[in-house]
Structure formats: C-alpha cells, structure tokens
Design a protein around this ligand. Structure first.
Ligand SMILES: C[S@@+](CC[C@H](N)C(=O)[O-])C[C@H]1O[C@@H](n2cnc3c(N)ncnc32)[C@H](O)[C@@H]1O
Length: 272
C-alpha cells in the first residue's frame, strides 16, 4: 500500500492527484473527472497556472540540454510526471544518445504510462518511490543498474519540492540526495512561488483547492529566500536562481508582460 492508502499500481480516481492535474494544465488527456474538476477550478481562480506550467516544462528542456552539454551522462529525475513528449531522456538524447535516465515518481499513473513512453533503448528505467524516502530511492535496484554513483549525476527535482511540506523538511531531503552525489554533479530544481503574484491574482485561493478537494498532495509556494537554501553545497550556474523564463532563454528574451504570468523559480547548481 502507498501512503495514500491504495495499492501500488492501482489508480485512485476518488481524489485529485497533482500529476494528473498538471497533465490537465498542460493540455494532456491522462487525467480523470476528479482531476479535471479540481484543475479547472485552479485555472478559473488562477489562470497563470497554465503559462507557469508550460514555462516550467520548457525550463526542464533547457536545463536537461545544459546537463548533457556539460558532460553529464546519467540523470535521476525525481517527480518526473506523466510522460509528455519530449521527456527527459529524449531531450538528453538529442545532445548525446548515451545519457542514462532513472525516472522516479510516487504516482501509479506515471507507472502505467512509463512502459510506452519512458522506457526504450535500455538506458532508461522507472520506479515508483517517494522523494521523502531518499534511502529507498538511492538504494533502489534501478538506480544500481543505471547510475554509477562515482560519476557526475544530474539530479532533477523539477516542480516537485512544492509538494513537500515544511514539516517534512524539504531542505534536509535535498541535502540527503546531495550528500550521495559525487562532486561535479548538477542539481536542476524548480519551485512554485507567490513572489510574482499578489493575493488578488488568486494564487493563494488556488492552493486551497488542493486542500479543499483532498488532493493527494498540497502545494507550498516558497519565496526566493526559502528556495535558495535548497542549493546549499552547490555552486549556482549563471544566472543563478531566477524566474524560470530567465534561465538560459533561447531565442528572444521574455518580456516583462510574459514574466508577470510565471510563478516559478528555477536554477542549476554544481555540487562542490
Ligand atoms: C508538477 S509535476 C512535475 C513533473 C515534471 N517534473 C515537470 O516538471 O514537468 C510533479 C510530479 O511530482 C510527483 N510527486 C509529487 N510528490 C512526490 C513525492 N513525494 N515523491 C515523488 N514524486 C512526487 C507528482 O506525482 C508529479 O508527477
């Protein structure tokens, strides 16, 4: 049984799941009525959730290309989400086809789609596990098979830590992963924030939807000062921790108007 109270591999359609709501925000179809209702309520209250999730996905693509170009040949992607092309390994393989990717998520729906979309040439793997259990993740046989803990690793925690509550010690969890990584590894992290949205934008009301509807995880937005310490022990790559469209933008620079709709910080750090 999972913490949520249903057997691993079984899809619970009685409560909204963040992975399936995120899929709906991105225009996907791997969601259920309970997710669509909750997600639509979030959109109605806080329309900027849509440009924010899209910008997050693009940030992930740019950051993974950066990892591969920096010589990283193995990636652990925690909180990978329902497959949405291109996925991490597809982005990395555009740069270098020999990158190995271990995908991890705690939502069984991701497992049901992993076979067709995340597993392929033998250099990817997926397993169900919870970010809040670093021992289980780092000791998992799939990690043992795909990841050499003595070589630099790209660790992705993209749009997942805001599902970890303060009393679950997100900084301590990131530090547990950091301590297992060899020097030269890179952390890619993005995190929802209310820094760019006043309460009138509906951002606070939208977070309440997760609570009111009994979603399997709730959202804790964090300020710049609260997100930055997740990079303790890492040297932040330029331009540092920034609103995600500003991290290595490709093509035209984002305008102030575009930026005003994106509520997420992101950055990449190199383990010292
Ligand atoms: C917003 S999606 C982000 C997906 C992908 N990383 C991206 O940025 O496009 C968050 C994902 O994290 C997963 N997740 C949330 N809490 C988690 C936890 N404690 N352990 C593992 N995965 C978790 C959800 O199931 C969901 O698939």
């Amino acid at each position: 049984m999972t913490e949520q109270g249903f057997p691993v591999g079984e899809i619970d359609t009685s409560r909204p799941h963040p992975a399936r709501m995120y899929d709906f925000f991105l225009g996907g179809r791997d969601n259920y009525e309970v997710d669509r209702e909750a997600a639509q309520q979030v959109i109605d209250l806080f329309p900027d959730i849509v440009p924010t999730t899209r910008a997050n996905r693009r940030f992930m693509h740019r950051a993974v290309r950066h990892l591969a170009r920096s010589g990283i040949r193995q990636i652990i992607d925690i909180g990978t989400g329902i497959p949405t092309a291109p996925n991490t390994h597809q982005v990395a393989h555009e740069v270098s086809p020999d990158v190995r990717v271990a995908y991890v998520d705690n939502d069984p729906i991701v497992a049901t789609h992993a076979g067709a979309h995340l597993l392929g040439a033998g250099n990817t793997g997926f397993f169900l596990a919870d970010l809040r259990d670093p021992v289980a993740i780092l000791g998992h046989p799939t990690i043992g098979k795909l990841i050499d803990m003595d070589q630099p690793i790209g660790l992705l925690m993209v749009a997942v830590l805001h599902f970890v509550k303060d009393d679950e010690d997100p900084a301590g969890l990131v530090a547990a992963y950091r301590d297992a990584l060899p020097a030269g590894s890179r952390l890619v992290l993005s995190h929802a924030t209310s820094d760019f949205h006043s309460p009138e934008t509906g951002v606070e009301d939208a977070k309440e939807v997760y609570k009111d509807r009994g979603a399997t995880a709730t959202v804790t937005t964090r300020s710049y000062e609260q997100v930055l310490p997740f990079f303790d022990g890492f040297d932040l790559v330029d331009p540092g921790l920034v609103q995600i469209p500003l991290w290595h933008p490709e093509g035209e620079l984002p305008t102030a108007a575009e930026l005003s709709h994106v509520g997420t910080y992101g950055g990449v750090g190199v383990k010292l």
